[in-house]
Design a protein around this ligand. Structure first.
Ligand code: ADP
Ligand code: ZN
Length: 213
């Protein structure tokens, strides 16, 4: 399947994307993961992106489009992809539309996950991420078996630099201002599916049934 996952930070895009990859072998493409890896490796891209990310601001559109142009050409995209955290602005959505047309590809749909703000705030402050494989934990509802160590790969499980209260509140404001308008953009294009993001299992079941799987 080829889907865009829209939703506020903490809506569960990453978790849902990981569950969907298991169904049909499509790949999760998270611009956030790609950027965090670049920061960790100290690449040019990482150096340019870090300050924006730590503040909870968006990384400039031209950097993001540069990443995605390359990423969507990779071989593993042939079995489908789940775009997690991209596009995030109207210009990115417009540029993606042009890119897909050029590649002769069509999306199966755009999933819009909606979650109340209180739930999101609680989730983000308690969320922890593995620095090795990107696995997501929650100190309250889903802690790693050994504190601070990933069950899957043993690497450190940490709070992200942009998961301080201040950065989180900024990320939610940025989301409302820059990214929320994408729902209307795709509704007009006729391929938006609104889903209440209660639990990841319910979301995955709803997506499967909407796609007739
Ligand atoms: P979340 O969805 O939890 O906010 P992500 O991991 O998707 O987090 O993104 C982390 C940060 O990476 C964002 O706050 C932003 O700075 C940057 N980023 C990721 N994807 C994009 C994008 N498509 N456009 C601009 N910035 C992005
Ligand atoms: Zn791990």
């Amino acid at each position: 399947m080829k889907l865009i996952l829209l939703g506020a930070p903490g809506a569960g895009k990453g978790t849902v994307a990981k569950m969907l990859t298991a169904i049909d072998g499509s790949v999760q493409i998270s611009t956030g993961d790609i950027l965090r890896a670049a920061v960790k490796d100290g690449t040019d891209l990482g150096k340019k992106a870090k300050a924006f990310m730590d503040a909870g601001d968006l990384v400039p559109d031209d950097l993001i489009m540069g990443i995605m142009k390359e990423r969507l050409k990779e071989d593993d995209c042939k079995s489908g992809y789940l775009l997690d955290g991209f596009p995030r602005t109207i210009p990115q959505a417009e540029a993606l539309k042009v890119m897909l047309t050029e590649m002769g590809e069509k999306l199966d749909g755009v999933i819009n996950l909606s979650v109340p703000r209180e739930v999101i705030l609680d989730r983000l402050t308690t969320r922890r991420t593995c620095v090795g494989c990107g696995a997501i934990y929650n100190v309250k509802s889903n802690p790693p078996k050994v504190e601070g160590k990933c069950d899957a790969c043993g690497a450190d499980v940490v709070q992200r630099d942009d998961e301080t209260e201040e950065a989180i509140s900024n990320r939610l404001d940025v989301y409302n201002e820059k990214t929320a308008p994408l729902a209307d953009f795709y509704r007009k294009e006729g391929n938006l599916m609104d889903i209440e993001a209660t639990s990841s299992d319910v979301v995955v079941a709803a997506i499967k049934s909407k796609l007739g799987m």
